[in-house]
Design a protein around this ligand. Structure first.
Ligand code: ASP
Length: 448
């Protein structure tokens, strides 16, 4: 049995939906289909999820929302007309949206999740009708009925462990299941969504629950590339990589697969195959628990912007027991997650995401560090990018860091920090955002 997830661009209009029906028809093992909300039809288009966010915000601001609601409904009406589906489905989608707005909770984040989830929920119903219109027996299944239970971190929910046993019964369904991605229900029965791009996570959970032979993730590229094609011309494609490599690359900006979606499939040992809806005959990229690799081989280079570093130094820091813990505790008490913490004998940096690190939090964190840790020097740097060189084959190889540093120095890029995790699967460089593109290009030339 295969669990198959189609992303927003694979379901953006009637033409794309026809393609996905052909893909499902071509392989009788493709029985559990996870769908995203309609995505962009062209680069200037807006995703339905973004239209829904605008709608929700308009409602919260107590402004008239007719236009925003119509923008969403029109996307489904276009698809319904082109596929000649019953018009009642569009009326039902509109009524469902209005009822989500009428019955809105006073908890804003919870309300926003209810609105955002309507994108996937409505589309799963439309796609199920489109399959039926082709004479394929397919059925929309609601995540609540199927037992997909999530934590109540609205907009950032995580799956509850009991979901897996409940969802296992989807294996027994006779019809092809069309399952909306991106959301589930809390124990209180409220809708909660995963982080953005979270339909990948739904697919991974279902693949683990039904113990699928493979989790196919259809998107709009032929494969995962070793570097971001927006930064580097014609990067090599990756045929096979491990879960760990994918997780590290996805974390640092490889948008093709959600970094959190690896976790459920790791536990169940289900391989993932990334494929292209527009060219299903291309082999795609396989993500597996283990693979053979050449020593010294680099799999990919990822980069992500939007990081800040808090750096401090203090003579004899190495003799102060608990210094690192106290520093991280200050960060924790501001509800900031630390990404990395490179350190030297008398200095330490904490890398955090810039977005949640507001000016107010920055002031409080610095004041507390000053008072409680009494550093000799303390500074904050914004506008940092992290570059990750990833590859399991680097573990036993000599000289990769040297080659990378040499390449960065030749390109005139100043390295702000370096970090290598104990798994030795990745080497991370922190550079200024303005140097990011130049740095990735230089590393690509040296390492591939
Ligand atoms: N539609 C949601 C988003 O745009 C989830 C997804 O497509 O995976 O983030």
């Amino acid at each position: 049995m295969k669990v198959v997830k189609f992303g927003g661009s694979s379901l953006a209009d009637a033409g794309q939906i026809r393609k996905i029906i052909d893909i499902v028809k071509a392989d009788s093992d493709r029985r559990l289909i996870v769908v995203s909300a309609p995505g962009k039809r062209d680069p200037d288009d807006t995703k339905v999820t973004d239209l829904l966010i605008t709608l929700g915000e308009t409602v919260l601001a107590q402004r008239s929302f007719d236009q925003e609601l119509a923008a969403v409904v029109t996307r489904y009406a276009d698809i319904q007309q082109a596929l000649k589906l019953t018009p009642t489905v569009v009326a039902e989608i509109e009524e469902d949206l209005r009822s989500r707005i009428r019955n809105r909770s006073s908890h804003d984040a919870q309300f926003m999740d209810t609105i955002k989830a309507a994108g996937e929920d409505s589309h799963a119903k439309v796609v199920a009708l489109a399959f039926a219109a082709q004479g394929i027996s397919a059925r929309y299944v609601n995540p609540k009925a199927a037992g997909l239970l999530l934590s109540d971190d609205f907009g950032n929910a995580q799956v509850l462990p009991e979901s897996f046993e409940r969802l296992a019964c989807l294996r027994e369904m006779e019809e092809i299941v069309i399952f909306p991605g991106f959301f589930g229900y809390t124990l209180q029965g409220d809708i909660a969504t995963f982080p953005r791009g979270g339909s990948d996570i739904t697919g991974a959970i279902l693949a683990a629950a039904v113990k699928a032979d493979v989790y196919e993730n259809f998107t709009d590229v032929d494969s995962v590339y070793a570097m971001d094609p927006r930064l580097v011309d014609d990067p090599p494609s990756i045929d096979i990589l491990t879960y760990r490599e994918m997780r590290e690359l996805a974390y640092a900006g490889f948008g093709v697969f959600h970094d959190e979606a690896i976790v459920p499939v790791i536990h169940a040992n289900v391989p993932i195959c990334i494929k292209n809806t527009n060219r299903p005959e291309a082999p795609g990229t396989l993500i597996v628990p283990q693979r053979r690799y050449e020593h010294g081989e680099v799999t990919g280079i990822a980069s992500a912007g939007g990081f800040s570093a808090i750096s401090l130094s203090k003579y004899m820091m190495n003799r102060e027991v608990g210094f690192g813990r106290r520093l991280l505790q200050i960060v924790e008490e501001e509800d900031l997650s630390f990404e990395h913490a490179p350190s030297g004998i008398d200095n330490m940096s904490v890398i955090i995401k810039s977005e949640p690190f507001t000016d107010e939090k920055e002031r409080r964190v610095l004041a507390r560090i000053q008072e409680e840790l009494e550093p000799d020097e303390l500074s904050v740097e914004h506008g940092l990018s992290l570059i990750m060189i990833v590859g399991e084959g680097m573990r036993y190889a000599v000289g990769i860091a040297a080659k990378a540093c040499e390449a960065l120095s030749q390109a005139g890029v100043n390295i702000e920090l370096i970090n290598q995790g104990s798994s030795e699967t990745s080497i991370m460089f922190g550079v200024k955002e303005v140097d990011r593109k130049k740095a990735v290009q230089a590393l690509g030339r040296a390492l591939f």
